[in-house]
Design a protein around this ligand. Structure first.
Ligand code: AMP
Length: 213
């Protein structure tokens, strides 16, 4: 099976699609989740990361690269990279790692979403510590019981960067840093663009087609 790199603005549905692909045997590597785990340990590094994330800023390339490279090296199944690379420097780091590990069977999936749609999804998003994600503004993604996770029964939380100010900084960062990445992967024939106006099942079907080609 091929490996997947997801590129998309905040709240485009990378997490949702990744969870669906996990059931097909992929390992989901989410840099956002890994960084939030570091924050949860209460370490000094976690505090530093927390400040950057809550302002909507990017965490340093080296810190994030170390997390994903250790993980990729330890895996014995195909992976979904969700949240990396986010800068051209990260693309270079990833290319070097792929070269070192002899990885060339991957496709880049670009989930295209308009700013206003992404903002609405961000403001309605609730997450659970078990990894599940919900949305108050979409009937398909509302929890069955208000504020409670359908999967594990825990209290749902709002991410502290899911507010309008932080969203706008993250979206600006995305445009600034990620646009050249999209162009780069397009130029080397790896990019597949999918419109997020499609339903989630249609998006999953398109991804499966891309990976089976
Ligand atoms: P996400 O869960 O993917 O939306 O990521 C949440 C936040 O974690 C981002 O807004 C960044 O602050 C940080 N982050 C995640 N991935 C990266 C990355 N590859 N490089 C730098 N910062 C990252």
């Amino acid at each position: 099976m091929k490996n997947v790199i997801f590129i998309a603005p905040p709240a485009a549905g990378k997490g949702t699609q990744s969870s669906k692909l996990e059931t097909l045997g992929f390992y989901h590597i989410s840099t956002g989740d890994m960084l939030r785990e570091e924050i949860a340990t209460g370490s000094a590094l976690g505090d530093e990361i927390n400040k950057l994330i809550s302002q909507g800023d990017l965490v340093g390339d080296e810190i994030v690269f170390e997390l994903i490279s250790n993980k990729i090296k330890s895996l014995d199944k195909p992976f979904i990279l969700d949240g990396f690379p986010r800068t051209m420097n990260q693309v270079k780091m990833l290319n070097n790692l792929f070269e070192e590990l002899n990885i060339n069977n991957y496709e880049v999936i670009y989930l295209d979403i308009e700013l206003e749609d992404a903002l609405k999804r961000t403001l309605g998003r609730l997450t659970c510590k078990c990894g599940a994600s919900y949305n108050l503004y979409n009937d398909e993604f509302k929890p069955k019981v208000e504020g409670i996770c359908d999967k594990c029964g825990s209290q749902l939380q709002k991410r502290n960067d899911d507010n309008e100010n932080s969203f706008r900084v993250r979206f600006d960062n995305y445009i600034k840093n990620t646009a050249p990445i999209i162009e780069y992967y397009n130029n080397i024939g790896k990019l597949h663009k999918i419109d997020t106006k499609l339903s989630n099942d249609e998006i999953t079907d398109k991804i499966k087609e891309i990976l089976n080609d």
